[in-house]
Design a protein around this ligand. Structure first.
Ligand code: COA
Length: 262
């Protein structure tokens, strides 16, 4: 795998699987890894053959151990500030992707690794996965959205517990806290499990799924009233689609709908 583009791309049916392929560095997020993920997410937006995306790490030890601490060693404070902007710029398209994005957490997800998983819509963890934001034990704070996205997922008290205590959760603890949606049964590969689990996405209507993601993501940080207005705007997009009419026709004709993403 090239150092310039350290993400392996596979297509499994309608699911794109992106594998961070830097196992010797625990799939740490170098600059080129972030840029590669950003490029893939931007390209996937208009690619109709991709209905969902699974992000994972090579091997079974690490989803990602976060910032590449070796790359960071030579960096000045300004370099680190610039790196944080790269996180924001390159993970943004994944976070805002109109396609459902799933993190298949195949091992440790620490620091930026967990922050990457938090940019995903759904999280599936291998039974041996470990999730944490250890930054305060390293003299920094989570800088790739962790202080903002983690409380939205697990609540403020649990987010503070994880961040202040640098607490690492097991997969089962993460499931109990709602940080992951599912733990893969032992003996099953987490990517295979994630791809099988999200199979219903391919049967659904793409525009409706994109509109639902938009409504949920945009409304989560606002008041209920504003959120309900945003939901109305997103609903309007699904309402105007051929797929909505197709679903009604299929129901009347007692057949499965054939969605075309229009
Ligand atoms: N950046 C760059 N390289 C990393 C890395 C990171 N974030 N995390 C691990 N590596 C490298 C190690 O340096 C080691 O390489 P080496 O053999 O050339 O020295 C290799 O990956 C294996 O790591 P090692 O620590 O030997 O494996 P382990 O199984 O004992 O522990 C971790 C794995 C992930 C628990 C441990 O490496 C760790 O805590 N890493 C730092 C994670 C972290 O704090 N991330 C947040 C940064 S803000």
């Amino acid at each position: 795998m090239s150092d310039d583009f350290p993400v392996r791309v596979d297509q499994r049916g309608t699911v794109a699987v992106w594998t961070i392929d830097r196992p010797a560095r625990m799939n740490a997020l170098s600059r080129s890894t972030l840029v590669a993920l950003g490029k893939l997410a931007r390209e996937a937006e208009d690619n109709a053959s991709i209905r969902a995306i699974v992000v994972t790490g090579a091997g079974d030890k690490a989803f990602s151990a976060g910032a590449d601490l070796k790359e960071r060693q030579g960096m000045t404070d300004d370099d680190v500030r610039a790196q944080l902007e790269i996180y924001r710029h390159e993970l943004g398209p994944l976070d805002r992707s109109p396609k459902p994005v799933v993190a298949a957490i195949n091992g440790v997800a620490l620091g930026g690794g967990l922050e990457l998983a938090l940019c995903c819509d759904l999280r599936v963890a291998a039974a041996h996965a470990v999730l944490g934001l250890p930054e305060t034990s390293l003299g920094i704070i989570p800088g790739a959205g962790g202080t903002q996205r983690l409380p939205r997922v697990v609540g403020e008290a649990r987010a503070k517990e994880m961040i202040l205590l640098a607490r690492r959760l097991t997969a089962d603890e993460a499931l109990a806290w709602g940080l992951v949606n599912r733990v893969t049964p032992a003996g099953t590969n987490v990517v295979d499990d994630a791809v099988a689990w999200i199979a219903p996405i391919a049967e659904g209507a793409p525009l409706a799924q994109a509109a639902a993601l938009e409504a949920i993501d945009r409304a989560s940080c606002t008041s209920l009233e504003v959120g309900l207005e945003l939901e109305k705007v997103s609903y309007g997009k699904a309402l105007a689609s051929d797929d909505r009419r197709e679903a009604l026709a299929a129901f009347a004709e007692k057949r499965q709908p054939l969605f075309r993403g229009r």
